[in-house]
Design a protein around this ligand. Structure first.
Ligand SMILES: Cc1cc2nc3c(=O)[nH]c(=O)nc-3n(C[C@H](O)[C@H](O)[C@H](O)COP(=O)(O)OP(=O)(O)OC[C@H]3O[C@@H](n4cnc5c(N)ncnc54)[C@H](O)[C@@H]3O)c2cc1C
Length: 255
């Protein structure tokens, strides 16, 4: 037997699982198909400190991007109300660093982590990976939405998120936009990470999230309303936004 346990997926669930298994003295290997733990970052990073405490992780300086004081909720008609979020102790994590922090905890407990290794098949006594076969007693599937997407797309939402640099971003206020026509089953968000920087994202059932985000949401913030012409929107947008490469991914929501 190569390992007692092999965990497929080196993100938050897989790494926490490996950390706990290794702490009990079992041999455990985490395989992650990406070339770096935490990258690319598929997350807004908005969490409560209480939740992170429960996981036994105290965010380090590099992991903590921002503290949130309030949230503004917008209706499709543009009406809004604000909530004081200070009691909830809401923070914005840098998931790239957060996942690395948990990986370090797992390794300190004795877990082995292998990147650029992809799970291909699960057998009774092991797995086949992109770089060979391995034997183990137990396989933990922590591949997130990837493990579900081939089987059943019910409940899977499309999502996209940009990292945006713009002077309209309020450092300690998140914004949430509901509109069941544009973002069915979910919403759009602005999560500030630091002064003049935010993660701007959208998720919804059956939408082309990257297109919706680009045409409806970022541009709306720049123009201040929904109705201006395409050319004006595009020009105005590009003068005011610096957008980091985005990704277009799926997100499984458990209702
Ligand atoms: C756009 C977006 C914004 C979000 N914002 C927030 C937020 O603000 N707050 C919050 O609490 N949650 C947020 N979430 C949800 C949060 O990111 C997820 O709940 C969380 O990352 C799930 O962790 P996981 O470890 O289960 O799976 P994932 O983070 O999906 O990790 C799965 C891992 O498995 C790897 N993998 C996949 N296939 C294979 C394979 N065949 N072999 C090996 N490795 C494989 C992947 O590369 C990945 O590293 C957001 C999600 C999205 C998509």
């Amino acid at each position: 037997m190569d390992y007692d346990v092999i965990v497929a997926g080196g993100s938050v669930s897989g790494l926490l699982c490996a950390r706990e298994i290794a702490s009990q003295g079992h041999s455990v290997l985490v395989i992650e198909e990406d070339s770096e733990i935490g990258t690319p970052e598929h997350c807004g990073g908005l969490v409560s400190i209480m939740g992170i405490d429960d996981l036994g992780v105290v965010p380090m300086r590099a992991t903590l991007d921002n503290k949130i004081r309030s949230a503004s909720i917008f209706s499709p008609a543009g009406k809004s109300f604000s909530l004081d979020a200070r009691a909830q102790k809401v923070i914005v994590l840098d998931r790239r660093e957060f996942d690395k922090q948990i990986a370090h905890q797992a390794q300190t407990n004795g877990a082995e982590i292998r990147v650029r290794s992809s799970l291909k098949e699960i057998y009774d006594n092991g797995i086949k990976t992109s770089d060979g076969s391995l034997k183990c007693k137990i396989v933990v599937d922590a591949r997130g939405v990837s493990s579900l997407i081939q089987k059943d797309r019910t409940g899977i939402l499309q999502s996209a998120q940009y990292e945006v640099y713009a002077d309209w971003i309020e450092k300690d206020r998140i914004e949430v936009y509901f509109d069941q026509e544009k973002f069915p089953g979910f919403f759009a968000w602005i999560i500030p990470t630091r002064r003049d920087e935010a993660k701007v994202g959208v998720a919804g059932k059956g939408i082309n999230a990257a297109v919706v985000l680009y045409t409806e949401f970022c541009i709306k913030k720049c123009c201040g309303h929904w109705g201006c012409s395409g050319a004006v929107k595009a020009n105005y947008c590009w003068r005011n936004l610096l957008v980091r490469p985005w990704w277009h991914i799926c997100w499984k929501i458990h209702f």
